[in-house]
Structures are given as structure tokens and as C-alpha cells.
Design a protein around this ligand. Structure first.
Ligand SMILES: [Zn+2]
Length: 384
């Protein structure tokens, strides 16, 4: 089947979670799809330690899918903002330069021309990337278009070809783009629960998680870094186990592995915790961003198709390098919660103002709570 139906698809689910950032959790129109994350320094620092594989030949099965859903994220260096981190007192929203930090948002769009898939900047006819079909064997190859000012860094496809990802860099300004395409199957509503007290990535009472069992989660940090130790401890709290490599969340077996060499965060076949050597300016000004979790939900199956946790080594507005402290462990616990499918739990008592449900997914300073395990059991079943 030719991908003609592509023009009518372009649904997007873009879910963005971070400490300090209000969660985005609803179906989005494609024009809203793009998210921009600002980094102090080069966005390329996100790729430190990763192995890039830019060549991707789409298999026939993937190319014959009728359509894809698109989600994209842009990482932009904000270095030109000349923010003196050492003098920052804490709150990004107080930064008078914030408005001038924001570059014009350029949306990327897919379209069909001459039976090929094209990726263009919004409002222009000039393509950036193109998937060109080889008529002889039906495969598609991703390549840059002529003199397009872009470099493909990494591409990945899930084993069942239901999800594709591309990571590329615009040479001017060194913006980094991650694009995720999800197979367009039958669109359905997310499965809702009667009890909306539990907060998930797709919203209140929509228990979205991974269907895979075992579930494989990885650590993509230096084994001799404080981050490694903190991640192990954070994992052990979630799994209520000191076992590093094998444990259960609900009735789902979770296998954890340390990867010495690993693909970048955009890779759809790796669910990893990354330590990024950069400041996170965040997509919305806020007082403090300790970590960020990229989550891609498949809007057709409502499964979590992909996620990655990014923990900056230096926190903007704080200018303190993490040590293997309780704070770092706490941030990792929170982000792992997002990775597993949990949203923020901010409900408070009207009388006292206290959090109604103590949870690591609030912005309090408590670790993983019974509520959090209950929420996960709605996704992953009851512990054996
Ligand atoms: Zn969060």
C-alpha cells in the first residue's frame, strides 16, 4: 500500500514531563506537536557517550503502513542568551531575557511528493529529509535532500516496524531534532479507569504503560559516575529490591542492564537513563528542573512506545553539580516514575493544603510511596 493516506494522519501525542514543568498530557494537533528544549551550551552534549547509526533502510513492512503519527522535539542551544549562571539566583521566570531567548518556532511537516515522504519546514517548499523509495525492492532510504543544511545523526526502527525515530542536526545554530513516527492503526480512546485518583502520562485515570513483559530498562551513564550509583538506588526503591538486574514491577519482570556503549535518547529500542552534561533551560520557565523524561505514547494503541530520562549534570539556576546525594536519587526516582507511565500527583487538601496522596510524583521531598506502587499495579498488575 502506498503511503498516500499520510496527508490525513499526522496525529501527535507529545507528552513532556519534568521536575518543575507542568505535564502536558492530551492529544495534540500536529501543529502543536513540536516541543523545544533549551540547553545551556551545545545540544550535541546530549550525545556524549552514544553510538550513532545514521543509516536506516525502512523495511517493506514499514513502508507499506498506511500512515504515521508524528511527534518531534527540538533541542536548542541558548548559549547566545549569555546568561551568567554563576549569578543566577534561582528562578528562570525572573530572567528578563527569557522572551529574547525564544527563537521563532519552526514546525516540521511531513508531506507526500512523487510517492516519497518529505520532511519540510513549515511554510517552505524546501525539503530537509526525504525517504526515497527503491522501486525494485520496496525499501525506503532516509537521506538528506540535496544541499539541505542538515545532518542525519541517528535513525532507529522498532523490531515490529511500528515506530521509527530520527535524530538530526540543523547545521545553522546546531539545533538538534528528534522525530518519532508511529504506525497509524485503528485510533481508539485511551483505556479509562473508574478511579481517577491515579495520575498517568495520558491523564487522570488513564493507565498507560509498557505491554512488554519482560520490560527492559537500561542505564546509560558512566559506571564510575555518581549517577550510576544514584540510579541503582533509585531503581531499588521502585522495585523494592536490592537486585539490580532483575526484579518485578507489578507482575511485569523488569530487566535492567548497564550499557557501556549506548544509542542516543531518540532510539526507540532503548529505554534508558542518561546523564547529560548540559543545563536544561526547559520548555517552560520554571524555578528548577532536576530532570526531564521524554515519553512517546502511541496514540493508536496507547502504549508507551518510547521514553528516555535525561538528568543534567549541572542544574540551571542552581549551578551546583550533583553529587550522589539524596537529591539526585530523588530526582531519578521521580523521573523513573514518569518513565513507567506515571504523571504528576498534585492534589491537595482544601483544608490543610497538604498533598492528599503522598507520592514521589508530587514536588514534595518524599520518596516512592505506597500510592505510587498502587498506581503502578493498575498498569502492571499486582505483585506476585
Ligand atoms: Zn515530573
Amino acid at each position: 500500500m502506498k503511503p498516500r493516506a499520510l496527508a490525513m494522519l499526522l496525529w501527535v501525542s507529545s507528552f513532556w514531563s519534568a521536575c518543575g514543568i507542568v505535564e502536558q498530557s492530551r492529544m495534540r494537533h500536529p501543529s502543536e506537536a513540536q516541543r523545544i528544549i533549551y540547553f545551556k551550551g551545545s545540544p550535541s552534549a546530549l550525545l556524549n557517550g552514544t553510538t550513532l547509526e545514521p543509516d536506516l533502510m525502512l523495511p517493506r513492512a514499514a513502508a507499506s503502513m498506511p500512515a504515521y503519527a508524528l511527534n518531534s522535539i527540538e533541542f536548542v542551544s541558548a548559549e547566545e542568551a549569555t546568561v551568567d549562571v554563576s549569578s543566577q539566583t534561582g528562578i528562570e521566570a525572573d530572567n528578563k531575557n527569557w522572551d529574547t531567548l525564544t527563537p521563532p518556532q519552526e514546525l516540521l511537516r511531513f508531506s507526500i511528493k512523487d510517492s516519497n515522504l518529505w520532511l519540510t519546514k513549515d511554510g517552505t517548499e524546501e525539503p530537509i529529509l526525504v525517504f526515497q523509495e527503491n522501486p525494485s525492492d520496496g525499501t525506503w532510504k532516509l537521506s538528506t535532500w540535496q544541499n539541505a543544511d542538515v545532518e542525519i545523526l541517528h535513525a532507529s526502527v522498532s523490531p515490529d516496524a511500528s515506530m521509527l525515530s530520527f535524530l538530526f542536526r540543523l547545521k545553522v545554530g546546531e539545533s538538534l531534532f528528534a522525530i518519532y513516527l508511529m504506525g497509524n492503526e485503528v485510533v481508539r480512546d485511551p483505556p479509562a479507569m473508574v478511579d481517577r485518583r491515579y495520575k498517568y502520562t495520558a491523564g487522570d485515570g488513564f493507565p498507560v504503560g509498557y505491554r512488554a513483559n519482560p520490560l527492559k530498562l537500561d542505564l546509560c551513564v558512566d559506571k564510575y559516575d555518581a549517577y550510576f550509583e544514584a540510579a541503582i538506588i533509585a531503581w531499588s526503591h521502585w522495585k523494592q529490591s536490592q537486585t539490580y538486574s532483575e526484579a518485578y514491577i507489578g507482575n511485569t519482570l523488569v530487566l535492567t542492564e548497564w550499557l557501556e556503549q549506548y544509542p542516543p535518547f531518540s532510539d526507540v529500542n532503548t529505554r534508558c537513563i542518561y546523564a547529560v552534561d548540559a543545563y536544561d533551560f526547559s520548555s517552560a520557565p520554571s524555578s528548577y528542573v532536576g530532570g526531564t523524561t521524554i515519553v512517546n505514547l502511541n496514540p493508536f494503541s496507547w502504549e508507551m512506545a518510547h521514553s528516555a530520562v535525561l538528568i543534567p549534570k549541572v542544574v540551571y539556576g542552581n549551578s551546583v553539580r550533583y553529587a550522589a546525594t539524596d537529591e539526585l536519587i530523588h530526582v531519578m526516582e521521580h523521573e523513573i516514575g514518569h518513565m513507567l507511565g506515571l504523571g504528576h500527583q498534585f492534589e491537595r487538601s482544601e483544608q490543610t493544603g497538604e498533598y492528599l496522596y503522598p507520592s514521589v510524583m508530587s514536588y514534595g521531598d518524599v520518596g516512592v510511596q505506597p500510592y505510587d506502587f498502587e498506581a503502578l499495579e493498575k498498569i502492571y498488575g499486582v505483585r506476585p
